[in-house]
Design a protein around this ligand. Structure first.
Ligand SMILES: [Zn+2]
Length: 107
């Protein structure tokens, strides 16, 4: 068993994938239940909490797009490409961590 997904805000244990929202808050992988996530991104703390959930369909599509986008970036003759590659790698690592730590343990 992996980590239990517990809402950072209300402390509730999240038992369903549909109720789970993983995101990054101050670079830390954070889990919320759906209700708290919606409340939180509407509030002031959206400055610190990413507005894009890491899990869900949108994120899976993004991961594929990002991976495809990485191919041409590899051929760019510019040192800036390393910055892009790092950003992409960080995004994908968060995505992977979200899946491995939480999503695969839920129905
Ligand atoms: Zn909650």
């Amino acid at each position: 068993m992996g980590k239990k997904a517990i809402c950072e805000e209300c402390g509730k244990t999240i038992t369903s994938k549909n109720d789970l929202v993983t995101t990054t808050a101050l670079l830390k992988l954070t889990t919320y239940c759906k209700d708290c996530y919606v409340e939180r991104i509407k509030s002031f703390s959206s400055l610190f909490v990413s507005n894009t959930p890491l899990n869900g369909k949108y994120s899976n599509v993004m991961s594929v797009i990002v991976l495809i986008a990485l191919i041409p970036i590899m051929f760019i003759q510019d040192p800036l490409k390393y910055l892009l590659i790092i950003l992409v790698a960080v995004y994908l690592l968060y995505r992977l961590a979200s899946y491995l730590l939480y999503e695969r343990h839920l129905d």
